[in-house]
Design a binder for this molecule. Structure first.
Ligand code: AMP
Ligand code: MG
Length: 419
């Protein structure tokens, strides 16, 4: 039954149209300072400009002798050049003397290059004899020496806003002298599962009941995408219960709300009525499979000028998860201000033929494998939208374009990695 106030948009939307409408109103959240290793996986909310050279001073790339390259010209094992060793430079303990013509300073990897030196002679090309060293090979200027600023020079822009921090970025930030970094606040994402048949994982099954999969799966997906899940439990199909739980969630200060179930055309799909009554919400049919029925809009919330964006996803567990990958994850990345918002795509050869004559874009569960230097994909099993086991077996979704009626075995397709 459809309530009078439900504003159905009957026109089918493409995935891109639906996603563009969702992303249109989403701006990056504010930044917060976070300690470095803890910022792993977070999105930079500031531009990182080096305030000094990296390395800060020229240093040795090898163990050996810091010297003047001109003092080694013509040196061979048969005709060595002899230099006086006047000091030592170890990592963290620079030499106090400077290299003058005819002298050398013993130096270890990472140690500061002393004033006056312009090259390092490796130990294997040197023979120590008391206070003297025999140079057995000629070395050019700059040999085995890492100049100041070789890696990063002062004022260089090193990392951009929107970069996701991995171990490499964390290491770079630390090397640049940062203990904390500004990253966008993690979006608080409310998750509500709906359906009279649902019981929580810990509850006993009664006749007609099934355990909730979506609440947990969507919460895990929120974590993976960089958000903070706020579980709102399971609502029955009664409007009053759905309303109560949504209100409780909205009072928690959510940045995004995900509701699964109750958005198709069944008799008890009451989520639509509740969403329509709570704000501006459109109901779509998206030209995709799984995951056609969808709701998107904004729900009025205390303390917010624009309501909380809400995404209503179909209840079948695989539909809910695929809808998350295609719509909710990009929404979270937009809130994070991430440089890459759309699902990452790669290419693979689909080894199985797939027929689909319904004009929808199919997201099929596949397993990727490297074979003879190519990435190949195989269906993981039955593709029904309630079949969780083929989702568990999958490490990617292959994307079959809506224009095609069938995809022959061996076709090159786009895949969205799930790991
Ligand atoms: P609906 O979108 O509410 O019509 O639900 C479609 C199918 O998904 C039904 O078979 C539901 O029982 C199932 N379903 C809905 N929500 C969940 C959930 N949270 N966990 C597992 N199955 C669900
Ligand atoms: Mg339902």
């Amino acid at each position: 039954m459809e309530g009078e106030h439900v504003n159905h948009t009957r026109d089918d939307l493409t995935v891109e149209e639906a996603r563009a409408r969702i992303l249109a109103g989403l701006l990056p959240l504010e930044g917060e300072a976070v300690d470095l290793p803890g910022a792993l996986g977070r999105v930079l909310a500031e531009e990182i400009v080096a305030d000094g050279d990296l390395p800060p001073h020229a240093n040795a790339a090898m163990d050996g002798y810091a010297l003047k390259a001109e003092d080694t010209v013509g040196a061979t094992p048969q005709r060595p050049r002899r230099l006086r060793v006047i000091d030592e430079s170890a990592a963290g303990h620079p030499a106090s003397a400077a290299v003058r013509p005819g002298t050398a300073i013993r130096i270890m990897t990472g140690a500061w290059i002393p004033d006056g030196a312009d090259a390092v002679l490796r130990f294997e090309d040197a023979r120590l004899d008391g206070d003297w060293v025999d140079v057995l090979a000629a070395v050019p200027q700059g040999k085995d020496l890492r100049p100041a600023g070789e890696d990063v020079s002062r004022s260089e822009r090193v990392l951009a806003r929107g970069n996701r921090l991995r171990a490499a970025e964390i290491g770079m930030l630390s090397a640049l002298g940062r203990e904390t970094v500004r990253v966008t606040r993690r979006p608080r994402v409310g998750i509500l599962a709906t359906g009279d048949e649902l019981v929580p994982a810990g509850a006993a099954l009664a006749p007609g009941k099934i355990r909730d999969a979506n609440g947990a799966a969507n919460a895990a997906q929120v974590l993976t995408a960089g958000g903070e899940p706020v579980r709102l439990g399971i609502a029955s199909d009664r409007e009053s219960d759905i309303t109560r739980r949504l209100r409780a969630g909205l009072a928690e200060g959510l940045d995004l709300l995900l509701v699964s179930g109750g958005v198709s055309v069944g008799d008890f799909d009451r989520v639509k009525e509740v969403l329509a009554a709570g704000g501006e919400v459109a109901f779509w049919r998206v030209r995709m499979k799984p995951g056609r029925p969808m709701a998107f809009g904004h729900l009025a919330a205390p303390t917010r000028e624009i309501g909380v964006p809400v995404l209503g996803m179909p209840g079948n567990p695989v539909s809910a998860m695929v809808s998350f990958v295609v719509f909710a994850a990009p929404a979270i990345r937009a809130l994070l201000g991430a440089a890459e918002v759309l699902p990452p795509v790669r290419r693979a050869i689909l080894l199985d033929a797939v027929v689909h004559k319904d004009g929808r874009r199919h997201f099929v569960r596949v397993r990727l494998e490297e074979r003879d230097g190519r990435t190949v994909a195989r269906l993981t099993g039955p593709q029904g939208s309630g079949i969780l086991s083929s989702m568990v077996a999958a490490d990617a979704l292959a994307v079959l374009p809506e224009e095609l009626e069938s995809v022959p075995a061996g076709a090159r397709v786009e895949v969205i990695p799930l790991r």
